[in-house]
Design a protein around this ligand. Structure first.
Ligand code: NAP
Length: 272
């Protein structure tokens, strides 16, 4: 979101998520979502749709350099050599010469390989294959280890963030270290967040839909959001909320609703 003064790298307020889209739907939805205004598309080797995402990007009608395309290194591929091999497989799947942000998908501290993996990515960046090295689901101690080992922070940390789970300290740490924050699960993965009575009441009060309110909440915290929809009217609805700022009273009310972490604890395991 914010322009990091050192690198001038920034990400859009809302990215298009693709988890659970297969290759065929990803090709169709990604092309249309980009044509509708999305400028960042999020995939991962684990989503098994990089090929479809790559086709969608090509068919979007935009130049490749006008779109940020991400992918992620899965846990089983962490390590120095293995991460290089996995990266080039993603690049082939996407049919691109480079990936804009390549992430370590989960820290998996029990493997103790995220430093090696990050170092491989820095080398791939030197070689011109990666524009920005990112991490997902990294907590403050994992980020501190990266920073002290490499004297640089990841460009982006993408982690679970939604009303009821504002991760205040982590967001603050990222901001203080010029790490772009991108929240996933911001609209609650279809698990009841959008039906929460506080969310629905505040959405009505602000003339927004519940999903739009949640995206605006993330943006109001200075975080980008990544949301998935395979439905054009819903992904358009979501995009209309990008960049909207809520007043601090509304943000605080949403911070404390009862909607806790949905995904895994990153200190313990990865998602699936
Ligand atoms: N780094 C990581 O570890 C990590 C983990 C999880 C997710 N992610 C990324 O973040 C993206 C988003 O997370 P997510 O896919 O888990 O969940 P999400 O975006 O919070 O929720 C997706 C669900 O919300 C529905 N939806 C979308 N827009 C809606 C709207 N306006 N109104 C009502 N329902 C709406 C979708 O259904 P329809 O498709 O039917 O619209 C889908 O069921 C993923 O796709 C992935 O790219 C990253």
């Amino acid at each position: 979101m914010t322009d990091t003064s050192s690198s001038k790298f920034s990400i859009p307020d809302l990215a298009y998520g693709t988890w659970k889209l297969d290759d065929q739907s990803a090709a169709k939805c990604v092309a249309q979502a980009i044509a509708d205004g999305y400028r960042m598309v999020d995939t991962a080797q684990r989503y098994h749709n990089e090929y479809g995402v790559g086709i969608g990007v090509k068919n979007s009608g935009l130049e490749r350099e006008d779109i940020l395309v991400t992918s992620k290194l899965r846990g089983g591929d962490q390590g120095r050599e293995q991460s290089r091999r996995a990266f080039f497989a993603s690049l082939r799947n996407l049919g691109s010469d480079y990936i804009d942000v390549y992430y370590v998908h989960w820290p998996l501290p029990r493997l103790d390989l995220y430093l090696e993996s990050f170092e491989s990515m820095l080398e791939l960046r030197e070689e011109g294959f990666i524009r920005q090295v990112g991490v997902c689901n990294f907590e403050i101690p994992h980020l501190q280890r990266i920073i002290s080992e490499f004297d640089e922070a990841p460009a982006v940390n993408q982690f679970e963030l939604h009303p009821g789970f504002p991760q205040t300290e982590l967001v603050e740490f990222c901001k203080n270290n010029a790490i772009e924050v991108q929240g996933w699960g911001v609209i609650g993965r279809g698990r009841g967040l959008l039906e929460d009575p506080t969310v629905t009441a505040l959405a009505e009060q602000h003339a927004l839909t519940p999903a739009q309110l949640c995206i605006a909440w993330a943006n109001s915290h200075g975080a980008s959001a990544v949301a998935k929809s395979g439905n054009r009217s819903r992904w358009q609805e979501n995009l209309l909320a990008a960049g909207k700022e809520l007043d601090s009273e509304t943000v605080s009310q949403l911070d404390v609703i009862d909607f806790p972490r949905m995904g895994k604890d990153p200190n313990v395991d990865e998602e699936f």
